[in-house]
Design a protein around this ligand. Structure first.
Ligand SMILES: NC(=O)c1ccc[n+]([C@@H]2O[C@H](COP(=O)([O-])OP(=O)(O)OC[C@H]3O[C@@H](n4cnc5c(N)ncnc54)[C@H](OP(=O)(O)O)[C@@H]3O)[C@@H](O)[C@H]2O)c1
Length: 387
């Protein structure tokens, strides 16, 4: 969390906030945290005002500020209205700098980020949909932010509560380059695989992770490996490596046919069919003195994400449920990897990282240029070989 500096006497700088996905797990945790920290944030010189709140098909806007209450309560009785109108209202907000905090997993909202930045609206989000889409979308969003339009911040997209992206950004800024990377990037998959190895049926392990708010809104996005693929794309791009989804080889934990089921409840109900296969896989690993982990890797110009049976002595094999770990080898760092580990999922840690991003962006209130974004150069060459 950014330190809250006491700044007595000066009028606090007003920055308005519109919260999308306010009724979800991360959105609710963010609204709770914002209400709790608002007095300290104000004392530090920032007047963060909630002016808008949205869920899938309802939103409410009050230019003078809404109470910092549960978004569910704020949206009770709000008329039905769609995302396009919410985006238009956000772009039209003129009274103070506005930050859209997008705690949804809405592609429609992510498609609107460029228009928001162009209109001077900052985008702060734990959603991977903006940064893990095409390299072209990544380049466009970063060029806008670095060009001074408004900040674009997404620290919680990789390692929820861990300072992974900021570390990679710092390495890149000082001219170091990524040679190789090995990581456990999914708190939900590490929780599921830990539970399966402790004897829980696969379907129960997924249900428990979902119950704790550690899975994506649709657990198929975790079990397909797609959530990890998105994180790997973001990590590699942050390191200056041009990469597209088609360049990654990604293993799914369930058959492709089941992934076509887009109703999360029906999807979860079908999982017991895979309990026996996962029990056998965990047992085979255990008999060989190994443990299962879903490992993302970049090495020798190739990127992949898959279940591996690792020796128990491997640090990636001994993570606690929900823990993530990233090991990075750089040109300057020699043979010892830079390692970062910590909580990789959960609404509270994610919301805390989102608030850090918001505070970082709001400190400068994007006067002339977003200082946090720094100089941006689109990757000059594609360095990831196709899968
Ligand atoms: N949970 C975690 O540990 C974690 C960690 C890191 C990153 N994230 C990311 O954080 C985001 C939210 O995750 P979550 O677990 O909080 O999901 P969630 O509980 O399913 O909440 C999703 C929220 O988004 C809203 N929403 C959907 N479409 C919308 C739209 N078009 N406009 C405005 N709001 C819309 C939903 O509203 P309705 O209630 O009306 O459907 C709901 O409030 C995701 O992008 C996820 O990848 C989550």
């Amino acid at each position: 969390m950014t330190a809250l500096r006491q700044d007595r006497g000066a009028t606090p700088r007003r920055v308005d906030v519109a919260l999308a996905g306010g009724t979800g797990r991360v959105g609710t945790a963010f609204a709770t945290l914002l209400a709790e920290r608002a007095p300290a944030v104000r004392a530090s010189g920032l007047d963060l005002r909630l002016v808008g709140v949205a869920r899938r098909s309802r939103w409410r806007w009050e230019p003078h500020g809404l109470p910092l209450a549960a978004p569910h309560d704020l949206l009770g009785g709000a008329p039905s209205s769609g995302t396009a109108e919410f985006l238009a209202r956000s772009r039209a907000h003129g009274s103070a700098p506005l930050a859209l905090v997008d705690c949804s997993a809405s592609e429609e909202l992510a498609c609107g980020y460029a228009g928001l930045l162009e209109a001077g609206v900052a985008v702060v989000t734990p959603s991977k949909l903006g940064s893990a889409h095409s390299q072209e979308r990544w380049n466009a969003l970063h060029a806008l932010a670095a060009g001074g339009a408004a900040p674009y911040r997404y620290s919680a997209t990789v390692g929820a509560g861990m300072p992974v992206l900021s570390a990679v950004r710092r390495l890149r800024r000082r001219g170091d380059s990524l040679r190789a990377l090995r990581a456990v990037l999914s708190g939900s998959l590490s929780a599921v695989l830990c539970a399966v190895q402790d004897g829980a049926p696969f379907s129960q392990a997924v249900a428990d992770a979902r119950e704790r708010g550690c899975t994506e809104p649709h657990p198929g996005d975790d079990l397909s490996g797609e959530d990890v693929a998105r994180k790997l794309l973001i990590l590699l791009r942050e390191a200056g490596i041009g990469v597209e989804r088609a360049d990654l080889r990604v293993e799914s934990l369930v058959p492709a046919g089941l992934l076509r089921e887009r109703d999360p409840e029906a999807f979860v109900e079908a999982l017991p069919a895979f309990d026996e296969a996962w029990r056998a896989r965990a047992e085979a690993a255990w008999s060989a003195g190994r443990r299962l982990a879903f490992v993302a890797e970049f090495d020798g110009g190739r990127a992949r994400a898959e279940v591996r049976a690792l020796p128990e002595s491997d640090p990636l094999a001994s993570l606690r449920p929900g823990e993530n770990r990233v090991e990075i080898l750089t040109a300057e760092g020699g043979a010892v990897p830079l390692s970062i580990s910590g909580p990789g999922a959960g609404p509270e840690v994610t919301a805390a990282n989102v608030l850090s991003d918001l505070l970082d962006a709001a400190r400068g209130a994007w006067g002339a240029r977003d200082a946090g974004a720094g100089r941006y150069e689109a990757p000059r060459e594609r360095r990831v070989a196709s899968a």
